[in-house]
Design a protein. Structure first.
Length: 239
């Protein structure tokens, strides 16, 4: 068993996770399973404890349960997003569309519904951790209207002002901007941005498009830069 654990650890640099859940049994189970995969795992049982953990050592990824005592996962996610692009996966027992959308609108990059298989959670985690603030293009600078995008630097400016995006929003913008005028279906964006070949939720794309538009468009309700092509998907303006 020791040799197997060491092999897993050597497969990738050790990354730190923060798991937030008010159920002690779930915390213990997840810590054991994720540690066995080679991750360093910190745990917290409520929002205040989670914020203190983040203050002391910012994790590479946050696994956040929605149902917490006091401040819930949605509120905590929104608070974190005010100052950080920390990757966040929500863990939720709620399957209602409204609850899922609220979670994504709160700033989460992805979500996993309880009960979940560990392999599914690990796949989502690895996909998100692989996601860097870059695109698959060699271009040093991408432009869409007043937006200037520097993939290698992870920087977006709009008429000279910096636009603060999460990793997922940045990757989504780079993907669209790398081929302006090309229509990307939701399935294509799930593959290219989230890395999901066989499990994914189109709501991820729609909510992140809305969040992206809110940050880059003059009028998000009448978008000119990130356009919807009815029945097909989304594209970045080519002019």
């Amino acid at each position: 068993m020791t040799d197997q654990r060491e092999a897993k650890r050597s497969a990738h640099p050790v990354q730190r996770l923060l798991v937030v859940d008010d159920d002690e049994r779930i915390l213990e189970t997840m810590k054991l399973a994720l540690s066995d995969e080679g991750y360093e795992v910190d745990v917290a049982r409520d929002a205040d404890a989670a914020l203190e953990c983040i203050r002391l050592a910012v994790p590479d990824l946050l696994l956040l349960d929605v149902m917490l005592p006091g401040k819930d996962g949605f509120e905590l996610c929104r608070e974190i997003r005010k100052t950080s692009s920390l990757p966040i996966i929500l863990l939720t027992a709620k399957t209602d569309t409204v609850d899922v959308v609220v979670g994504l609108e709160s700033g989460a990059d992805d979500y996993v519904t309880k009960p979940f298989e560990v392999r599914v959670l690990l796949a989502r985690m690895r996909s998100l951790l692989r996601r860097v603030r870059s695109s698959d293009t060699d271009a040093a600078v991408l432009r869409v209207g007043p937006l200037e995008i520097r993939p290698e630097e992870g920087v977006v400016t709009r008429r000279g002002d910096t636009v603060n995006l999460t990793r997922t929003e940045f990757s989504l913008l780079c993907t669209l901007a790398s081929r302006p005028g090309r229509v990307f279906s939701r399935e294509a964006l799930l593959r290219e941005v989230w890395g999901y070949d066989y499990f994914g939720d189109a709501r991820l794309v729609d909510v992140h498009i809305r969040r992206l538009r809110a940050k880059v468009e003059d009028d998000p309700s009448a978008p000119l830069l990130i356009r919807t092509v009815r029945g097909m998907g989304y594209k970045a303006a080519a002019d």
